[in-house]
Design a binder for this molecule. Structure first.
Ligand SMILES: NC(=O)c1ccc[n+]([C@@H]2O[C@H](COP(=O)([O-])OP(=O)(O)OC[C@H]3O[C@@H](n4cnc5c(N)ncnc54)[C@H](OP(=O)(O)O)[C@@H]3O)[C@@H](O)[C@H]2O)c1
Length: 200
């Protein structure tokens, strides 16, 4: 199967498209996903887990269809179903490949309203924002929050989770060209991170 692989060392690596890896087979409860889209994280090519993995295929966020399930799989998902997933850091192979193996608790049904490309961009940013809202900041109903990077991958998720789930009063920081985007996500006000006003 085709896959992206990162060769060399963390300090001196090169990214290649290979076609030498075999399609993996799902064992136990595992799920084989035919990958339609895979997310890219800018610094993913220097993450230590990549260099500890057998196949050096990067990528944790994927969207695709269920191709096969292991003999012990007893969950609700069925062959051909569209799903998206976040593969754990210690997965033997990442998601930037034609096929990838996921554990059942890493997989969710892809909403029909979003494309595979959109779904593959969601898991890590959404889960990072979720952790920030509920575990770190412990926001509650009606909280107030200032979100730096509100127009970015994580910030955009944060604004939506805080607004839609907690009706929080969110002020976002972004560049002026992104104001309307951040407001549509739910911020009551957006400020330019480059302006003096915002720094005061
Ligand atoms: N993406 C992930 O899944 C993830 C996961 C864990 C941690 N993180 C960390 O979370 C942070 C944000 O990541 P991201 O992926 O959301 O980044 P991103 O999508 O590249 O967004 C960057 C954000 O920062 C704003 N920004 C750019 N230059 C700025 C400056 N000089 N001052 C203030 N704001 C500035 C951008 O605003 P404009 O575009 O409006 O200019 C944008 O809102 C990073 O530190 C990243 O390492 C990300």
């Amino acid at each position: 199967m085709k896959a992206v692989q990162v060769l060399g060392t963390r300090e001196n690596h090169r990214i290649v498209l290979s076609d030498t890896l075999l399609r993996p087979s799902p064992t136990g409860h595992r799920i084989l996903i035919k990958v339609h889209a895979a997310g890219i994280t800018a610094d993913g090519v220097i993450w230590p887990e990549l260099y500890a993995s057998t196949h050096r295929v990067p990528g944790h966020d994927i969207s695709g269809t269920i191709e096969a399930v292991g003999p012990e799989y007893d969950g609700p998902l069925s062959l051909g179903q569209s799903v998206y997933a976040m593969l754990a850091a210690d997965s033997p192979q990442g998601g930037q490949s034609e096929y990838a193996i996921a554990m059942p608790n890493e997989v969710a049904i892809k909403p029909l309203s979003i494309s595979h490309a959109q779904a593959a961009a969601l898991p890590i940013p959404a889960l990072t924002a979720w952790e920030a809202v509920f575990n770190r900041m412990k926001l509650t109903q009606g909280s107030k929050a200032l979100v730096t990077g509100a127009s970015g991958a994580v910030g955009a998720m944060f604004v939506q989770i805080a607004k839609k789930m907690l009706n929080a009063e969110v002020i976002g920081l972004a560049s002026p060209s992104k104001y309307s985007f951040v407001q549509e996500l739910g911020a009551i006000k957006v400020l330019d991170y480059g302006s003096l006003d915002c720094r005061r």
